[in-house]
Design a protein around this ligand. Structure first.
Ligand code: HAX
Length: 434
C-alpha cells in the first residue's frame, strides 16, 4: 500500500465511529428548519450534506481541510523555482487533511505518472465526435467510456464487503485523476490543433505535464497548478460536486459519477461561466472597436446586458457574499505576471463598475465577482484563446475534490441520496395558503 493509502486507511478507521455515534445516539435530533423559499429555490442553503474536505463560508470563502486558499498556497510543497504548489500535494491534503512532505508528494507524482496512460479506445471515441461538439460533451463521454476499467465494479460484482468499498474506489479515483489531463490535452489537440498531440512526459508533475501537453511554455505550468487548485472543491452543495456525490450514492462507479459531474459543470450558471465571461468580453471589445471602454461606456454595456434579461457572467454566487478568494488569488497573479494585459484592464474595470450596478438593480444577493470573472483572461494571455475549452480545465480541477469526497462517502458508508418531493397543493397547505 502507498503511504497515502495507508494514511487514508488510518484516518478512515478513526473517523468511522464518529458517524456511527451520530447516527446511533443523535439520529433523531433536529438540526434545521426549512422554508418554502428554500424548497422552491433549488434547496437553497438547506444543510443536508456532510463533508470534511472543504467548507464555504459566505464571507470568508472556501477552506480546504480547514485552510484558507492563501494558506493552502503557502503550505503545500512546490517544485524548485515554482510559484504554485504541486497539484498532487493538494490531492493528498484533500484526501487526508494532512499537509504532505516533499517525499510524500513525490510518491503521489510517481503514482499518477504510472497510471496516466489512456486506453486506445479513448482516442477513438474522441476522434469519432461530430464536428462542433462542445469540448465538455466530449470530455464527459471520454470519461464515461473508461467505465469498463472500474475496479470497484469488478470487485462489487464478485461480492464486496461494504466496509471495503472505499479501497477500490480509491484505486479508480487515482486512475481517473491521472488520466484526465491526458484526455483533456487530446481533446484540445483534436479540436484545435488538427489532432497533432504532444506526448506526455512521465517525469513531470501534474501541472507541468499538462502545460507540456498543451504546448505552452512557462509559467503556464504554474498557471495550470493554480487553476486546478483553486477549482478543486467548493464544499458539496454546488451543482458539480453535488451531482458527483448524488450519482455515486447509488454506487455508480467514479467514471459514471465524474462524467455526470462534468455535465453539471457545463451549465452557464456554473462552470461554463468562465467561457461566458470571455465571450461577453469579446462582444464588448468588438463593440468598442478593440478599444478599452471608459467607465461610462462599460456601465452602459453592463446595463444593456441586464436589460436584455441576461446575467452578468462571473458575478454573483449562491453562497458567497463577498469577492471570491479564488478571484482574488488569480487577480494577484495577474497583477504580478500580466499587469498590462489588455483583457485584464477590462476585468479591473468590471470590478469597479459591476457591483454597484447589481446593487442598484436590486436582484442579485451577491454583487461581487466569482472565480469565473478572472480565470479565462489568464488562459487567454498564455495563448489558450479557445474559450469553449476553459470549462474542461475547471473539470480537471473539480475532479480532485469530487473524487476525494466519493472515496470518503464510500469509507463512511453514506447512504443513497433520496430527498422527498411534495406537490404544490401540499406545499400550499403546509404554508397555510388560504
Ligand atoms: N447578473 C444578473 N443577475 C443576477 C446575477 C448576475 N451576475 N446574479 C444573480 N442575479 C439575479 C438572479 O438571476 C436572480 O434573478 P431572478 O430573481 O430574476 O431569478 C436574482 O438575482 C437572485 O439571485 P441570487 O439569489 O443572488 O443568485 P442565485 O443563487 O440564484 O444564483 C448564480 C447564483 C451564480 C447562478 C448567479 O449569481 C448568476 O447567474 N451569476 C452569473 C453566472 C455565473 O457567474 N455563474 C458562476 C458562479 C460561480 C460558479 O459556480 N462557478 O462555477
Amino acid at each position: 500500500m502507498s503511504d497515502l493509502k495507508n494514511l487514508l486507511y488510518d484516518k478512515i478507521e478513526a473517523h468511522r465511529p464518529r458517524v456511527t455515534n451520530l447516527l446511533k445516539n443523535y439520529g433523531d435530533k433536529k438540526v434545521a428548519d426549512v422554508t418554502v423559499a428554500q424548497i422552491i429555490q433549488g434547496m437553497r442553503g438547506i444543510k443536508s450534506l456532510v463533508t470534511d474536505i472543504s467548507y464555504l463560508d459566505p464571507n470568508e470563502g472556501i477552506r480546504y481541510r480547514g485552510y484558507t486558499l492563501p494558506e493552502v498556497f503557502e503550505k503545500l510543497p512546490k517544485a524548485p523555482g515554482a510559484e504554485m504548489p504541486y497539484v498532487e500535494g493538494l490531492y493528498y491534503l484533500l484526501l487526508t487533511g494532512e499537509v504532505p512532505s516533499d517525499s510524500q508528494v513525490a510518491d503521489v507524482i510517481n503514482d499518477f505518472s504510472n497510471r496516466r496512460i489512456l486506453p486506445r479506445y479513448v482516442y477513438e471515441v474522441v476522434d469519432s465526435f461530430p464536428c462542433c461538439s462542445h469540448p465538455m460533451a466530449i470530455f464527459s463521454s471520454a470519461i464515461m467510456t473508461m467505465q469498463r476499467e472500474s475496479f470497484f465494479n469488478k470487485k462489487y460484482n464478485a461480492g464486496l464487503n461494504k466496509m471495503d468499498y472505499w479501497d477500490s474506489t480509491y484505486e479508480d479515483s487515482m486512475n481517473l485523476i491521472a488520466k484526465l489531463p491526458e484526455v483533456a490535452a487530446y481533446i484540445y489537440a483534436k479540436l484545435y490543433k488538427d489532432g497533432v498531440r504532444i506526448q506526455s512526459n512521465p517525469a513531470l508533475d501534474f501541472g507541468a505535464n499538462f502545460a507540456h501537453m498543451m504546448g505552452i511554455d512557462k509559467p503556464y505550468d504554474d498557471v495550470s497548478r493554480m487553476y486546478f487548485i483553486v477549482h478543486a472543491d467548493h464544499e458539496s452543495g454546488n451543482v458539480s460536486a453535488h451531482t458527483g456525490h448524488l450519482v455515486a450514492s447509488s454506487l455508480s462507479d467514479v467514471y459514471l459519477a465524474t462524467s455526470a459531474m462534468v455535465n453539471g459543470l457545463a451549465g452557464p450558471l456554473h462552470g461554463l461561466a468562465n467561457q461566458e465571461v470571455l465571450r461577453w468580453l469579446m462582444e464588448m471589445r468588438e463593440k468598442m472597436g478593440g478599444q478599452l471602454p471608459n467607465e461610462d461606456e462599460m456601465k452602459q454595456f453592463v446595463w444593456d446586458t441586464l436589460n436584455s434579461g441576461q446575467v452578468i457572467p462571473g458575478f454573483g454566487h449562491a453562497v458567497l457574499r463577498k469577492t471570491d478568494p479564488r478571484y482574488q488569488i488569480q487577480h494577484d497573479f495577474c497583477v504580478k505576471n500580466l499587469p498590462d494585459d489588455d483583457l485584464f484592464q477590462y476585468v479591473k474595470l468590471l470590478y469597479k463598475v459591476v457591483p454597484p450596478i447589481l446593487v442598484e438593480q436590486g436582484k442579485a444577493k451577491n454583487p461581487w465577482p466569482n472565480v469565473d470573472a478572472q480565470s479565462g483572461v489568464i488562459q487567454w494571455h498564455y495563448g489558450l484563446t479557445e474559450f469553449d475549452f476553459y470549462t474542461v480545465l475547471f473539470g480537471i480541477g473539480r475532479s480532485l475534490g469530487v473524487l476525494s469526497n466519493i472515496v470518503w462517502d464510500r469509507a463512511l458508508g453514506y447512504s443513497l441520496e433520496r430527498p422527498k418531493s411534495i406537490t404544490t397543493d401540499m406545499l400550499e397547505k403546509m404554508a397555510g395558503v388560504k
